[in-house]
Design a binder for this molecule. Sequence first.
Ligand code: ADP
Ligand code: MG
Length: 211
Amino acid sequence: MTLIKTEKLTHQYDKNTSVSLPNISIDKGETVLVIGKSGSGKSTFLNIVGGLIKPTSGEVRVNEVSISSLSQTQLDQFRAKNIGFVFQKHHFIQALNVYENIALAPYFSEVKEDKVYINHLLKSLQLDDKAGKKIDKLSEGEKQRVSIARALATKPIIILADEPTSALDDENCARVLDLLQQHAKEIGATLVIVTHDTRLKDRIDNQINLS
Ligand code: ADP
Ligand code: MG
């Protein structure tokens, strides 16, 4: 069953920069790798699908709903309930600890905080001994795992990950990819990873090339 479908998407950032994206169809529960060189529109694609930027033309349908037909409030609710983002830059709140940063996701999404599930995530991402630590005390690999836990904490139907492994060494790269896939599977989520990280190419069969 098709979950995400894009048609004739373009985005004009300014008069010299216009991004055109191919028509893309992604099934429910699928893992897809979107590849393409730097500047090919990977982040733009992800942000449009997640409703963070409005396309200049074209449309995105998620579960048969055209997201451009939603009001800003409906869009915010849609995003909060259905989408988990793993951003390239983490956007953590430094004053809060690891657990609190993860729990912010359900809080802002008005989804009930599932303490048992968050603790399960912390344990399986090997972060259980870091729960009370401040973010700046963590290594890059640990921060990336917190970012995954935060994206999963609301049990979204779609996980959108922007360059989730680019800043990681080979070992952490493999680990983060495994964890993303394993947890997406656990909650039945569709996983879309955009990256220029060539290490992922051999590890995910389903690929869309933007360049
Ligand atoms: P990728 O993630 O594949 O590197 P992006 O989606 O970030 O590519 O960018 C696609 C194109 O849009 C590039 O030419 C980039 O310079 C441009 N672009 C991205 N964000 C902005 C922005 N905020 N303002 C102007 N141009 C932008
Ligand atoms: Mg990018």
